[in-house]
Write a protein that binds this ligand. Structure first.
Ligand code: SAH
Length: 395
């Protein structure tokens, strides 16, 4: 099968030669007629040399590259790519009876721009961020079944909030396979949780904090822990296994509080050390006394989703961290995060620095955290780096 063609302006192939996976609309010289959004297209240099194949889309990014080889995007392609993604996760020892939740495909980080696949025990949750991935969803589903075999019983497709809304595609949230009789409980590092892919945020659980939760567990012993922005309570149940003295989980969403309580209960039934509160972060922090907590986690939602929001977002991180510095006990530890892709590591660190300076307290950085290995960053696409965190010791 021959794909429709897009030809680039002179010299505009250079970033593709360095394997950057996007073609911006400004780089396009000429294209075949009637290319529809989501279609697979072949990209050629101004000298008519083949350079890549990818999904066409409408917007400033016109093509997201699937391959730099002249190949067909068919079931074999999907099997090959999903196998390679799985092999990476297996080869770093991520999959075990203690850990059956992981990200199998992380978009550009796995050479598949616009596609996210998270695995929770027997369920795969597939999320498209481009019309092309949406169009290919049934092939992706067949590929997943072939590659994961019997361990996979269920595929939920969840793209209602991630596809360009103008595309008006329909069938954005539905089971592509299975839909019943699957394990309700998944495991992360030996702890249990109920992933709620239908009603939960994103794919149902944030697997990207796995390593950072494990680090928190090591510091929790004997401490009074405040897990702010707890969502499904991940940091809370790790803190409990780490022998925290008490753990308070806070989230503005009452649904999140229900999920947190359920996840803590399944690991630590009737454990009175834990309590959860549905409240706004600033309101809750405003109401506590200095010294009530000696371990505080701040893992807010992305304060900036696009470049225009960076300034305000940095102010938000500064304000939030300033309150934590004011309230934390002496000798306390703060785990503070930003998951905004547009906020750089340095900018985030500067915001936390400003907050520390305002508080006048002595603060040392113990760890600089990032996203785990199942959220790899394509070295040719540094934009894939999004999660950053600092572990701080406050005197
Ligand atoms: N730490 C979590 C993920 C946090 S996601 C984990 O490990 O899984 C961010 C959470 O912040 C969401 O659950 C959202 O409901 C909550 N949130 C958003 N705005 C908030 C606010 N103003 N106060 C408290 N929680 C808020």
């Amino acid at each position: 099968m021959k794909y429709k063609k897009i030809r680039l302006k002179p010299k505009k192939e250079e970033s593709l030669r360095r394997f950057h996976p996007w073609v911006f609309s400004g780089a396009v010289q000429q294209k075949d007629e009637d290319i529809t959004e989501g279609e697979v297209v072949s990209i050629y240099t101004s000298n008519n040399e083949f350079i890549a194949v990818g999904h066409y889309q409408i917007g400033s990014i016109e093509v997201r590259v699937l391959s730099f080889d002249e190949e067909k995007i068919d079931l074999d392609f999907w099997k090959k790519r999903l196998t390679s993604a799985l092999l990476l996760r297996q080869s770093i020892g991520l999959l075990s009876t203690d850990n059956n939740s992981y990200r199998l495909v992380h978009g550009e980080g796995d050479g598949l721009p616009g596609l996210i696949i998270d695995i929770y025990a027997e369920t795969a949750v597939v999320q498209s961020h481009s019309v092309g991935m949406h169009e290919d969803r049934m092939m992706i589903c067949e590929g997943l079944k072939a590659v994961l075999g019997d361990t996979l019983k269920n595929i939920y497709y969840k793209s209602e909030t991630t596809l360009p809304f103008k595309a008006n595609l329909g069938a954005e949230n539905e089971y592509l396979y299975g839909g019943k009789d699957v394990a309700e409980v998944a495991m992360e590092n030996g702890l249990k949780f109920y992933p709620d892919w239908v009603k939960g945020q994103k794919t149902g659980f944030f697997v990207d904090q796995r390593d950072n939760r494990a680090l928190l567990e090591k510091y929790a012993k004997g401490r009074s822990v405040l897990n702010m922005f707890c969502y499904t309570g991940g940091f809370s149940f790790y803190a409990m296994r780490g022998d925290a003295k008490l753990v308070h989980s806070v989230d503005s969403s009452s649904k999140a509080i229900t999920l947190t309580n359920r996840n803590v209960e399944i690991n630590f039934p009737n454990d009175k050390r834990h309590e959860a509160f549905a409240e706004d972060a600033f309101k809750y922090l405003g109401g506590i006394n200095k010294g009530d907590y000696d371990l505080i986690i701040l893992d807010p939602p992305a304060f900036a989703k696009h470049r225009g929001a960076i300034r305000n977002a940095l102010q938000g991180y500064k304000r939030l961290n300033a309150v934590a510095f004011d309230k934390i006990a002496s000798g306390g530890i703060i785990f503070t995060f930003s998951c905004s892709q547009v906020i750089t590591k340095d900018a985030f660190r500067l915001a936390v620095f400003s907050a520390a300076a305002m508080s006048g307290r002595k603060v040392r950085i113990l760890h600089q955290l990032s996203q785990p290995a199942d959220h790899p960053i394509n070295i040719y696409h540094p934009e894939g780096e999004y999660l950053k965190g600092l572990v701080l010791y406050v005197e």
